[in-house]
Design a protein around this ligand. Structure first.
Ligand SMILES: Nc1ncnc2c1ncn2[C@@H]1O[C@H](COP(=O)(O)OP(=O)(O)OP(=O)(O)O)[C@@H](O)[C@H]1O
Length: 610
């Protein structure tokens, strides 16, 4: 290569490196970066935060999320990083595109620090569990898009100076545990009492909705035709129920047959399929067809061990048969035989690598996979506490275990954290696509863990019939392969309703009517009989009414008809954690996984994409 050529080549490389380096925030509005740096340098903090001039802001700065085009900062989430002292000046108020601001669980003191007139895009404001003092901002109603405001557990004083009658999207306004005085303004009297308790406020006036276990009207979603279902919908649901019934019947037969065989071996089940041990698919003889283990997995077995293992059928799912295989060392794993995989080997492997890289206490980790022309398998840990579906609606007496309120909250928050984590993956675009109670498993500490991640994307459209997830499917989803994060939120909302009511997402409402849980809850709540929706089992726990109503409100906000009005999963996590922060808002850290895992660190679950 001539010297000239070398120079051109070098120039090109330097240019390319420079371009790639600056690409991340090339268009970022400089005022946003400046405001963040100013904020950081002015407020003392005990934990390291990696914001500095040298690193591009978007996708790199801790807790900062940018708009899709990278031009503005839209979210700042810095809970529990040890900020303390007052926030001087109006620094963060320069972030005029900001939608989400979370500084909760720090030690910030001093007066309310923002000029709300400049933060007109704010939807979520989390300042709870700090030491803010002084009056509440009088002009909160200028923030027309507000959905959640949490100012609880501070030392705000004086009276409540605002009205919220024009804040049509408001879902939560928590002012509890401050030093507020006076009375609750009329426009706020429809909200639950729990949002105002722990102050010196008179709460003695009538709470019409709450007294009757009613539902705060401002967050009462109003689907166009609540109540009766259309004739087509009824027919659809009846067909779906028949199909489900048929599948259920087949499953029962299958389970009966298997019981007779008792210690059936996994190999014989595979033999009935297309892959037999005779084909000698093993690590030794076909290097291309072997079990591929994910990094960090400490299992030592190969396909032959799996084939030798005792196995029982767990059930036939949307994606194929699921078996519990007991390995020779006594450990149990779940093997799923995927059918109708529409990916070629390379794509399948790529998808598996993506799914296998998700490490989170509330996401069931894939341990290994296998791909051959005839057989596609995925292996994950067996969860002996089984799924929420089994525990709530199991057909066998011994399966149905009464779930305490605390356990239900743990299941809800664990599952929400798991889904929020999944939604962060793949540049914040990964979708689960099949959230339902049989895919939420319970770990040894009784937190919910999400299973079957991403399987809906690798199977053909035919493999996920509508009937399989009827009742959980968001109204805008026609093709189940086109699920979105917003439709996951909807399905999660249905799951929460299931936890609260112990009813299936499609259930019999008498007179041979099959009704969706969302419709049923909506209609009961509309009639102000909210107390009637809850599982009778929950009625034996004293003083949980407000918490029940709070979780119900969260569920209802997830199942609103229009996807853009549903909260994001990270917000759902925060809302659930706020129901009982001391018990479920755990912030410790843990490396432990699966059945023996401890709850997920809050930061990991709530930080946006990095
Ligand atoms: N890791 C696991 N540990 C314990 N039980 C499991 C595990 N994975 C699945 N199961 C249970 O096995 C049964 C079959 O699961 P599978 O995921 O194949 O189907 P499904 O959840 O019923 O439907 P879908 O395929 O639509 O998710 C379900 O009862 C499920 O709760």
């Amino acid at each position: 290569m001539g010297k000239k050529m070398q120079e051109i080549y070098m120039f090109f490389i330097i240019f390319l490196a420079g371009f790639l380096f600056f690409k991340g925030n090339a268009n970022l509005f400089y005022g946003d970066k400046k405001a963040l740096l100013e904020f950081l340098s002015n407020v003392p903090h005990s934990r390291f935060i990696n914001w500095n001039e040298q690193i591009p802001v978007c996708n790199n700065w801790t807790g900062v999320t940018c708009s899709e085009d990278g031009s503005r900062v839209i979210a700042v989430r810095l809970p529990g990083v040890g900020f303390h002292g007052p926030i001087p000046g109006n620094t963060l108020s320069h972030l005029s595109a900001l939608q989400i601001l979370s500084l909760r669980s720090n030690g910030i003191s001093g007066p309310f620090p923002f000029d709300l007139l400049s933060l007109k895009n704010l939807t979520n404001l989390y300042l709870q569990s700090n030491s803010f003092s002084g009056p509440l901002p009088f002009n909160i109603s200028v923030l027309k898009n507000l959905v959640i405001v949490d100012l609880s557990n501070n030392a705000f004083n004086g009276s409540i100076p605002f009205s919220v009658s024009n804040l049509h999207n408001l879902q939560l306004l928590n002012l509890s545990h401050n030093k507020l005085t006076g009375s609750v303004p009329k426009s706020l009297q429809k909200f639950p009492k729990s949002w105002f308790v722990g102050n010196d406020i008179s709460l003695s006036y009538s709470w019409p909705v709450y007294k009757n276990h009613g539902y705060p009207p401002s967050i009462n979603p109003k689907p166009k035709s609540a109540g009766k279902l259309s004739a087509r919908a009824v027919i659809g649901i009846v067909i779906a129920a028949c199909v489900l019934g048929l599948i259920g019947f087949t499953l029962m037969l299958l389970v009966c047959c298997l019981k007779r065989k008792d210690a059936d071996v996994f190999a014989s089940k595979l033999e009935k399929g297309r892959m037999t041990p005779e084909k000698k698919i093993s690590r030794n003889e076909d290097a291309n067809n072997k079990l591929v283990f994910f990094e960090g997995c400490n299992y030592v077995f190969d396909l032959e061990d799996l084939l030798r293992a005792s196995a029982v059928v767990l059930g036939k799912g949307t994606f194929g048969m699921a078996y519990k295989a007991i390995l020779e060392d006594g450990r149990s794993v779940v093997v799923k035989r995927l059918k109708e995989v529409c990916f070629g080997k390379r794509e399948f492997e790529q998808q598996m690598e993506l799914l296998g890289s998700i490490k989170h206490d509330n996401v069931i980790e894939l341990r290994a996979y296998y791909y051959s022309k005839d057989e596609k398998l995925v292996v994950c840990d067996y969860y002996s506490h089984r799924s929420v579906a089994t525990v709530l609606h199991g057909t066998r007496e011994e399966d149905r275990i009464p779930l305490s309120w605390k356990t239900r909250l743990r299941i809800a928050v664990g599952a929400a954290r798991g889904i929020a984590r999944i939604h962060r993956e793949n540049g914040g675009k990964l979708v689960h696509g099949n959230i339902k109670s049989s895919n939420i498993l319970i770990n040894s500490q009784q937190y919910g863990c999400v299973s079957d991640i991403g399987l809906s994307t690798i199977t053909s459209p035919l493999a996920l019939p509508i009937a399989r997830n009827a009742g959980y499917r968001a109204p805008e989803i026609i093709d189940t392969r086109k699920a979105t994060q917003a439709s996951d939120v909807y399905s999660f909302g249905v799951f929460l309703l299931e936890l609260l009511t112990a009813k299936s997402p499609l259930h019999n409402a008498g007179d041979d009517d099959v009704i969706s849980l969302v419709r049923w809850v909506t209609s009961v709540v509309k009639e102000e009989w909210t107390g009637e929706v809850f599982d009778v089992e929950l009625m034996k726990y004293p003083n949980i009414e407000e918490e029940l109503v709070e979780l119900l409100q969260i569920a209802m906000s997830c199942v609103v008809r229009f996807p853009e009005q549903r909260p994001k999963m990270v917000e759902v996590v925060e809302m659930i954690e706020n129901i009982r922060p001391a018990e479920i808002g755990y912030q410790g850290s843990s490396e432990a996984k699966s059945e023996t895992c401890t709850p997920t660190p809050l930061l990991a679950a709530t930080n946006g994409p990095k």
